[in-house]
Design a protein around this ligand. Structure first.
Ligand SMILES: [Zn+2]
Length: 269
């Protein structure tokens, strides 16, 4: 893991990354002949149509947790506090911060915060494995790498519960099949919408792709700006932290890593 200065703020890059998903779709695979690329383009359009491009709306209060989503002990998950308890906790924090939870501007804040938590921490109730199972498409005769770049995400650091946000880049060599962009974006979201470290999140994305798609190799890069660092003055805003995970051929062959990193870097807007 290392940090690099970047003249473009991560916020701006994340903001335009939605559009960049289209660009990523076009460059989903590389190293193909023109014929292959044309064939692939047809396939990719089909894939995109088959997959809902939206990010998941995590339904509130779903029980029980799927096994793959559990990072907390079962008894903790089962002992989930009530909504009223959660709202009371927010009121306590407001008082701790020095404000008056009964004043007009704050009266509905605990309910809003708890509702927001249902979404931004909805990843605890998302089954990342299930997002990829049974959705991949067969890719007969295509064995080159598939790369999806600039998947935007928002997460919260587990040390301060402050947001970190950025972009994920994923590459894999398919054996069983390929999945649509939106499915990979949902996998990223399933892990981002939890209390996280960037390193853990990067590994969890790679683990899921490896175990479900069983590719010959898989590479995941996450670059993010951590507001807990920017806000607390440890580092300037606009500094992004980069984490990578290499599996299979990406782990064993340095030239594959170079190819991945070059492709991620060279086509940045
Ligand atoms: Zn932090």
């Amino acid at each position: 893991m290392y940090a690099k200065p970047d003249s473009t703020t991560m916020k701006a890059r994340v903001a335009k990354a939605g559009d960049a998903m289209d660009a990523a779709l076009k460059s989903l695979s590389y190293g193909m002949s023109d014929d292959e690329r044309r064939m692939s383009a047809v396939g990719l359009q089909g894939m995109r149509g088959a997959n809902d491009p939206g990010l998941p709306d995590i339904a509130p209060d779903i029980a029980p947790l799927p096994e793959s989503a559990q990072r907390v002990p079962n008894e903790v998950a089962l002992g989930r506090p009530s909504r009223q308890e959660a709202e009371a906790a927010v009121r306590t924090l407001l008082r701790w911060a020095g404000d008056d939870p009964t004043r007009e501007g704050l009266i509905d804040t605990p309910a809003r915060v708890v509702k927001a938590y249902e979404q931004i921490f909805g990843g605890y109730r998302a089954d990342a494995d299930a997002l990829l199972e049974r959705v991949f498409e067969e890719v007969e005769g295509y064995s080159d790498a598939v790369l999806v770049r600039d998947i935007p995400f928002y997460s919260h650091c587990e040390h301060h519960m402050v947001p970190f946000m950025g972009l994920a880049h994923i590459a894999y060599y398919p054996t069983k099949g390929v999945v649509g962009l939106s499915k990979l974006a949902r996998v990223v979201d399933a892990f981002a919408r939890r209390l996280q470290t960037q390193e853990t999140m990067t590994a969890q994305i790679a683990d899921t792709i490896e175990s479900i798609l069983q590719p010959r190799g898989c590479a995941v890069m996450v670059e993010a700006e951590h507001l807990c660092m920017a806000m607390r003055g440890v580092q300037k805003a606009g500094v992004s932290t980069i984490t990578t995970q290499f599996r299979g051929v990406y782990k064993n062959d340095p030239s594959e890593q170079v190819r991945f990193l070059t492709f991620v870097r060279n086509q940045k807007g």
